[in-house]
Write a protein that binds this ligand. Sequence first.
Ligand SMILES: *Cc1c(COP(=O)(O)O)cnc(C)c1O
Length: 381
Amino acid sequence: MKFATKAIHAGISPDPSTGAIMTPIFQTSTYVQESPGVHKGYEYARTQNPTRHVLQENIAALENGKFGFCFSTGMGAIDAIVKTLKPGDEVISTNDLYGGTYRLFTKVFQQYGIRFHFTDLSNSANLTALLNDKTRMLWIETPTNPMLNIVDIEVLANIAHNYSPNINVVVDNTFATPYLQNPLNLGANTVTHSATKYLGGHSDVVLGVVVCNDAALAEKLGFIQNSTGATPGPFDCFLVLRGIKTLHIRMEAHCKNAAEIANFLASHKAVKKVNYPGFASHPMHAVAAKQMRGFGGMVSFSLKEDSIQAANKVLSATHLFSLAESLGGVESLIGHPATMTHASIPLEERLKTGVTDSLIRLSVGIEDVSDLIEDLARALG
Ligand SMILES: *Cc1c(COP(=O)(O)O)cnc(C)c1O
């Protein structure tokens, strides 16, 4: 099946008890057994839920993977992946990763004896320099937040696996979505998503997913999912299943609108620099064009007047772009990394990664792009 067909049909069949064409919300905590141990495959809802099962099958198919797992949030999914490691194991990670992931690695897991290295993975020599016999995981994010940096998944996965086939190459595919990028096809072992973003797509649910191909890894993930219990409720699974049915048409619209807005911003006299992997001038444009089927819906830009005040003026003047954290919904959002998502990062570190005082991040929605451009033009003055 092609992507659009999979989005609507993979793992989904009419409910056998009623014929309901859409997957029902199985709002139950337990299931009646005929006699002890004799049941229909469902015993208790932390362990199995039919609505969740369908979502897991669906997302695995979209990522071209064999095994899918859902968690109550994106962080719950990432937490489960790290829990496949043991004390003494080492992780090499990109240095501009999602703030919540950085916090989980350094403030939760480091104290249990797992060691994390953070480096600029756009230069593969940095990966080679850190690989050692304790390395068990490579953590990749591409495109990154909020600088829209791109790293070459295939090149990095090859380097890691040539060093040791035991390294789990993980890609957080939240920004690209399976419609634009399939890390498992590029050599990654594991893919994770905050389905809160584009997969759900309507800013009405938080949920996380993990997909992999290796049966031993899947067994571990399933064990952790059931043992630690960060599973999503059936209504949340239903919302994400509903969102995914339109992922392909939403992503086309996000990509188209973001490209037009990036071009508008690049030609505006108040704008200093636009970060958008679709520009030929983006330092990793060729890699983005190779591993992605579109450049996504995220754009960030800095102002010529590089101050928090100048950014605030723009942030408080838009009407259609709502000032909020998160991304990936049908509606356009505007955010200020320096005071919002990246406020806890020391100034010097923040400036080093390009998150300057005036940097503004847009999650471009699927409204009419001329209205969105008019909104930005008015706010920029
Ligand atoms: C939002 C996000 C997460 C965390 O997901 P939650 O659903 O908020 O827990 C992880 N990675 C990336 C790239 C994200 O944008």
